[in-house]
Design a protein around this ligand. Structure first.
Ligand code: F6R
Length: 255
């Protein structure tokens, strides 16, 4: 049985385990797409959403959800990695989701990490999201340091899609996807906090004990740029989905 409560106006669902959390998030995304087959989804990479994408792929295979008319925008991309680089977020999405469902690839967008004019390319990405009608549902993970997308601590409330420098901690955490830490790009393109807050609905998924402090700061700490995920408390339609280890520091607050 899921446990559900509201903390500082954020709907929080604690599932039985990480797989239950993946099913819950996949269910929210599938409901969104069933309700509006032309939904615009905001998608995330990283380890956390992989199980959710797997559930969506299985649902799509069973004919329970149809992605043909969906448009998607990913949160971020490393600067310097082309879409065909195996560690690029574009390659990750093609492999983990897009290549296994019926979304037309031309309706999927990931920032261009190899654009010759990064600033112009970021401005274009914002315009493309606007032209698509805005994001209906944005899926997020959370960094150990509270980052959302690659909005590292200190990212401002009004930030938009832009080039950022990754923190040493983020480089270190993401080194597991590369052969060695020095292969991790130092810069990335990320949607900004304001870009994310423009989404009509936000679903944040966090699993594992390593995320417990970040989850607590998001839900119960001060709303400050030093903890970017806390800025989500300025949005009126956020659902936080957790497994028990990620929820440990907030379930204590409930008791
Ligand atoms: C991914 C992203 C990041 C991750 C976060 C957690 O597109 O924007 O903010 O959501 O770093 O990563 P994992 O899931 O690997 O722990």
């Amino acid at each position: 049985m899921n446990q559900e409560f509201t903390l500082n106006a954020m709907r929080t669902i604690v599932c039985q385990d990480a797989q239950g959390a993946a099913k819950t998030v996949a269910g929210l995304i599938a409901d969104q797409v069933r309700q509006n087959p032309k939904s615009v989804l905001g998608l995330a990479t990283g380890g956390t959403p992989v199980a959710t994408y797997q559930v969506l792929i299985e649902m799509a295979r069973r004919g329970e959800v149809d992605f043909r008319q969906v448009t998607s925008f990913n949160l971020d991309e490393y600067i310097g990695l082309a879409g065909d680089h195996p560690q690029s977020f574009r390659a990750f999405m093609d492999e983990q989701l897009f290549g296994q469902i019926n979304i037309p690839i031309e309706q999927t967008f990931v920032p261009d990490g190899c654009a010759s004019d990064i600033d112009a390319s970021c401005a274009r990405y914002e315009a493309m999201i606007r032209d698509a009608g805005g994001i209906d549902m944005q899926l997020l993970g959370i960094g150990h340091n509270g980052h959302i997308a690659f909005n590292e601590p200190g990212s401002e409330f009004d930030s938009r899609t832009r080039q950022v420098e990754l923190t040493a901690e983020t480089i270190d955490k993401n080194a597991r996807f590369f052969d060695s830490p020095d292969q991790v790009p130092r810069h990335a393109i990320t949607m900004g906090i304001a870009t994310i807050l423009d989404a009509r609905q936000i679903v944040l998924l966090a699993t594992g004990a390593g995320k417990a402090d970040a989850v607590r700061n998001m839900l119960a700490g001060p709303v400050v740029a030093a903890h970017p995920a806390s800025l989500l408390r300025n949005h009126s339609h956020v659902t936080v989905v957790l497994d028990p280890p990620a929820a440990a520091a907030v379930t204590e607050l409930q008791q």
